[in-house]
Ligand binder design. Sequence first.
Ligand code: KG4
Ligand code: ZN
Length: 366
Amino acid sequence: MPGSGPVSAPLVLGIETSCDDTACALVDGEGRVLSSVVSSQLAVHRPYGGVVPELAAREQLSAWPLVSEEALARAGVGWERVEAVAATSAPGLVGSLLVGLSLGSAFAWSRGLPFFAVHHLEGHLYSPYLRAGEEAGAPAEPVPAEFVGLVVSGGHTSLYRVREGAIETIAETRDDALGEAFDKVGKRVGLPYPQGPRVDQLAELGDETRSPMPSLAGTEELFFSYSGLKTQAITAIEKLEAAGVECVPGAGEPPFAQPVLDLLAGFRASAVRQILDRLTRFHRRAPFERLAVSGGAAANRLLRRALPEWAAARGVELRLVPLVYSGDNAAMIAFAALRRFRLGLTDDPLTAEVASRRALGTTGTP
Ligand code: KG4
Ligand code: ZN
């Protein structure tokens, strides 16, 4: 842009196709979400009990024209108004990622627009600062220079410290992610994919004290681990079955027996306790003032009830991702790109590459 005045932030078209959702969003330079469209492939994958990568990539491509046109229409802008493009480049399913990154980079290159290849977790990390509900349509909350970010999803359970744009990984899961453990336990009782939200819902009907599941790790370590708890829950289900309790009610989901609901409640309580426990350990070790919690599993009801209390007891300012932006979406990708724009970090649309795995902080992040 000619002249020496400050360059205003662009209207960003965000694209997120890292797994089984096709998402497109328009976010303006102040972080206002003008539109956020997410098309789910649930019906396609449900018969298989999980995401089938080849089907996911094919569905991404066929969903894109409608999803992108819908996002532009809802925002009330045409393609010519887009000033920058951001697409998720990693981590995720390579075939799915390739669809979004190729479409986004081709569009940006053909129009000479700035392009941002965004790490999926970087999208989640800043998403608690997006506004929704009654605040929808307002500029995003300014992202503080320093905060601790917790991302809990189907693939990750990670704690980060963000300082002046630099992202430092504090802890990650050594095995299963939080959402993944919910999915696997739910699958064992016959729930359809994605099982996490249903397990959470069913756990509301149970009494955790009738089926307590102690958290296993008793050290001062910060890492997360959910595979032990998942196995505990599955073993407990097997014991109930051996005692004659029907644990897999089957198609149509007739009501679950009370002992199963209690077991799910015990599992969920232990899973959430582990999150609070790690936050407490880290806060004791290195007190922090702000916590931003995001990711699909940040929709968990118990977690959302427990975190405000945890934060208030320590004087920590908490930002819980709005429910509409907890699962995968493209508004968070466009928003992360705005932060990159301010740091002067753009990517070359001709050389940006996808990766199924990539540590956060290795690509262009200062
Ligand atoms: O962020 P996300 O949409 O996709 C990934 O990046 O993984 O997260 C999806 C994950 C799934 O494992 C899903 O079961 C889990 O988040 N999830 C939940 C809840 N809602 C979604 N897990 C526990 N409780 C919930 N309410
Ligand atoms: Zn995600």
